[in-house]
Write a protein that binds this ligand. Structure first.
Ligand code: 16G
Length: 256
């Protein structure tokens, strides 16, 4: 395989003009596309500024902007306000069904992605008022909390803050990877769940963990899951990256 061209050569007027056919912005788009595919522009790396690209290629700023806009639209590049344009994660957007009760580990394994977590917190606590309500606890009960940054294919995708009624998970340290798998081992895997999804802007701390800009759009998801007996077992608040997730629901006509 040919060695990828260095950035200056790839963006030289001669190379851009000789790459494919069609309008100049399409040729530049193709060159940038190739640079992403062959790793010359790596995930998370900043693209040279539009002004620099215009200078290197000899193209107008308008043409450069059009090519970059196209790649932003197709998800290969992303703009971060105030800090430039970056190569987006190549895992693409994750499509997630809203009708199946699955775990993060299972969802990613189905896509052939390897997951890992960074533990932010794990322990037994007195329940907060929200946890008490959601899990139907009393103030004397305890909850096991699991707070993790969830990562797939080396891309941070979500922050999950889960609380489990501690009678079902008395020793949180025994959970090392999948929470649902650990609950399954204790015959306490959730059977059904309700989920509330809302849009918000990410705050400083979560932005840093998710490697996105403060104020970027995220999805906040609250899941309460239940055992087959109807007992609430899990209350999880998650923050999912808005640029990485599509939640998909199947709708059917109501038969009267
Ligand atoms: C999913 C669930 C989360 C659950 C986790 C268990 C959503 C929005 N959330 O991410 O509630 O705790 O899976 O994953 O889907 P694990 O078994 O891989 O730890």
């Amino acid at each position: 395989m040919d060695k990828p061209l260095d950035i200056r050569t790839a963006l030289s007027p001669e190379h851009v003009r000789s790459t494919g056919e069609g309008p100049l912005y399409m040729r530049l788009r193709r060159v940038l596309d190739e640079m992403i595919a062959n790793g010359r522009l790596d995930q998370g790396h900043a693209l040279p500024t539009e002004r620099d690209i215009a200078e290197m290629t000899g193209l107008s700023r308008v043409t450069v902007r059009k090519a970059v806009d196209d790649l932003v639209k197709s998800g290969q590049l992303m703009r971060r306000r105030g800090s430039g344009t970056f190569v987006a994660s190549q895992i693409g957007r994750v499509e997630q069904s809203l009708s199946k009760l699955t775990s993060f580990t299972e969802d990613m394994a189905r896509r052939g992605l390897v997951t890992r977590s960074v533990w932010l917190n794990r322990g037994v606590y007195s329940p907060s008022p929200d946890e008490t309500m959601a899990l139907g606890l009393t103030i004397d009960d305890r909850v096991a909390r699991f707070e993790r940054l969830r990562i797939a294919a080396d891309t941070p995708l979500a922050i999950e803050r889960a609380a489990i009624a501690s009678e079902y998970m008395p020793d949180p340290e025994t959970v090392t990877s999948s929470l649902y798998e650990a609950l399954g081992r204790r015959q306490a895997r959730p059977y059904r769940a309700t989920q509330r999804i809302s849009a918000r802007k990410v705050d400083d701390e979560d932005a840093r963990l998710l490697d996105i800009a403060v104020g970027d759009a995220v999805l906040q998801i609250e899941r309460v899951s239940y055992l087959a007996s109807g007992r609430a077992i899990e209350f999880t608040r998650s923050i999912y990256r808005g640029d990485a997730y599509d939640f998909v629901a199947e709708l059917r006509i109501q038969e009267s």
